[in-house]
Design a protein around this ligand. Structure first.
Ligand SMILES: C[S@@+](CC[C@H](N)C(=O)[O-])C[C@H]1O[C@@H](n2cnc3c(N)ncnc32)[C@H](O)[C@@H]1O
Length: 229
């Protein structure tokens, strides 16, 4: 993987809680964060005594390389948001600059935790659609701003294989948002749902209390059904 290919921006625990409607009980589950990048979710959860393993191909790189890449993309991302500001809901952030500062703050929290977390096996260099974990190793998997968002860049086949893999390693999977980068609904949500047998999975689309991209306030929640004895 080339670090130049990705825009590694990351969100906070507070944002993860809102995007995925995480209850206090959810926070105590064993969690896999898929594509967490430089989000501060893992660092903040660990500080609170919770259990999170994050995977992302950028964890191949050093703290310095990740920080350089985030800072190199900063102006491009902030100016794109500024130019398209009517595509966003300005409720939690006043403007593009404040958003940028919040993202840098999350990255700094992540970077302070990165080397310790890597040594503890909390930041693993792995990538969808194929992971090395055991079947049902995690109780909950969270995947934000990767699947569905990059529907123009990743195929339907990649989405289906990735989501089946996440359901292999976790009992429940939540994915946010269900729209593309341009704010249009992802065409892959329906075919992904149709690829999951009803008798094995309970599937819901839920509206959540987080909306920054206009229309991006829904998550897909898929749980493995308990098999009757
Ligand atoms: C926009 S960031 C989102 C970070 C975090 N989930 C959040 O919402 O704050 C997308 C992340 O997905 C990661 N990514 C890209 N391809 C991936 C793959 N095949 N498997 C896992 N992560 C991937 C990127 O490296 C990047 O860090």
């Amino acid at each position: 993987m080339q670090l130049d290919d990705v825009i590694p921006w990351g969100r906070t625990l507070q944002e993860y809680r809102a995007m995925f409607s995480l209850s206090k009980a959810d926070l105590s589950l064993s969690i896999l964060g898929c594509g967490d990048g430089p989000a501060s979710f893992n660092a903040e959860m660990t500080e609170l005594g919770h259990s999170v393993v994050s995977i992302d191909p950028i964890y191949h790189f050093s703290a310095e390389q990740i920080e350089q890449r985030v800072r190199a993309t900063y102006e491009t991302v902030v100016s794109q948001v500024r130019q398209n500001s009517d595509r966003y809901v300005w409720q939690n952030f006043l403007n593009a600059d404040q958003l940028g500062q919040a993202r840098l703050g999350a990255m700094e929290t992540f970077l302070r935790d990165y080397e310790t977390g890597k040594a503890a096996g909390r930041y693993l260099n792995q990538a969808l659609p194929s992971l090395t974990f055991d079947d049902q190793q995690f109780e909950l998997c969270l995947c934000s701003h990767l699947l569905f968002l990059y529907s123009e860049q990743r195929s339907l086949q990649f989405h289906i294989a990735s989501i089946h893999e996440l359901l292999r390693v976790a009992t429940e999977v939540r994915i946010f948002p269900l729209i593309k980068l341009n704010g249009q609904p992802s065409p892959y949500v329906e075919p992904v749902i149709n690829s999951l047998p009803d008798q094995w999975f309970s599937i819901q689309i839920k509206t959540v209390a987080y909306e920054f991209q206009k229309g991006g306030n829904q998550m897909l929640q898929i749980s493995r059904r308990a098999i009757a004895e």
